[in-house]
Design a protein around this ligand. Structure first.
Ligand code: KMH
Ligand code: ZN
Length: 284
């Protein structure tokens, strides 16, 4: 792993929608194809280089519908230079077999959660055989996975995946610490640094996000330790106490500002594509 001082810029990922928040509770949540593309354009302008997408149907419900996934990928790719990552986590109710079909939508990247975890009142299922199947299918589609780590044990699962299946497509290993999910790893710098200490040597870059109240301490801790940032309304609906997020670009702008203060300004999409060894699928 690179020491913090050698990481010159910051990859900012935006996760604008997620699968958990109801549109009725949060009208600012981007749920339609047009809202997603508008969000992507604004967040790229604010400093994001990668977008983590969950798709909603016309009733704003989370879906893994193949046509809607393809429409989302094509729409964002057409309008921006962002790296397009599709969630394979979906919603906790999505069947495992359907989660594997996300790769058919031809994303640049896919999330791959490294183990089952408590997820609020639910359980987010990621059995080992599912992880291996997703890990083996991704290179067949020339897609690089981003390993989502919600728990300390998930860090060790990255080690096990690499040992049993080799390096992912492109040879880069990027992990994202998702901290602060109720029932999983807390959103504290201490938990982040404990997990960081266990990262396999093959990991080439890492990012972190803090759910709920944790985004700022986690962002500051990640920047201080050479990590990258994920922000967005999938993870945080409040910008500050009493101040709801009005648009995802507010969270990206704040992350970009913080990163710039730390002398690690937002990474360009070109540099992010090199960092993650993304296959070039650009259409514009
Ligand atoms: N919605 C969560 C159950 C991912 O995108 O891969 C899973 C999730 C992780 O958001
Ligand atoms: Zn997600």
């Amino acid at each position: 792993m690179s020491p913090a001082a050698t990481v010159a810029s910051t990859l900012i990922t935006v996760a604008p929608t997620g699968a958990e928040t109801a549109k009725a509770d949060c009208p600012a949540l981007p749920t339609t194809p047009d809202e997603l593309v508008e969000t992507a354009v604004a967040c790229e302008a604010a400093g994001a280089a990668l977008i983590h997408i969950h798709v909603r149907d016309r009733h704003a419900q989370p879906t893994l519908d193949a046509g809607l996934l393809r429409e989302a990928v094509a729409g964002v790719r057409e309008a921006t230079d962002l790296i397009v990552q599709l969630s394979t986590g979906g919603a906790v109710t999505d069947p495992l077999e359907q989660r594997l079909t996300v790769l058919d939508a031809d994303p640049d990247s896919c999330s791959l959660t490294c183990g089952t975890t408590n997820f609020g009142d639910g359980v987010f299922l990621n059995p080992w055989v599912f992880m291996v199947e997703l890990y083996r299918r991704a290179p067949q589609r020339e897609v690089g996975p981003e390993f989502e780590l919600f728990e300390l044990g998930h860090v060790h699962a990255v080690r096990r995946l690499i040992d049993e299946c080799g390096l992912p497509f492109g040879g880069k290993v990027h992990v994202d610490f998702v901290t602060g999910v109720p029932g999983a790893m807390p959103g504290s710098p201490q938990a982040l640094y404990a997990a960081l200490a266990l990262l396999p040597a093959e990991v080439t870059s890492w990012s972190a996000t803090g759910i709920g109240r944790a985004p700022l301490p986690i962002a500051a801790a990640a920047l201080a330790a050479g990590g990258h940032l994920r922000v967005g309304m999938e993870d945080n609906l409040m910008f500050a106490k009493g101040q709801p997020v009005r648009h995802n670009h507010e969270l990206v702008s704040r992350a970009a500002h913080l990163a710039t203060l730390m002398q690690r300004p937002p990474m360009s999409t070109t540099d992010a594509r090199a960092l993650l060894a993304v296959k070039d699928r650009r259409t514009r």
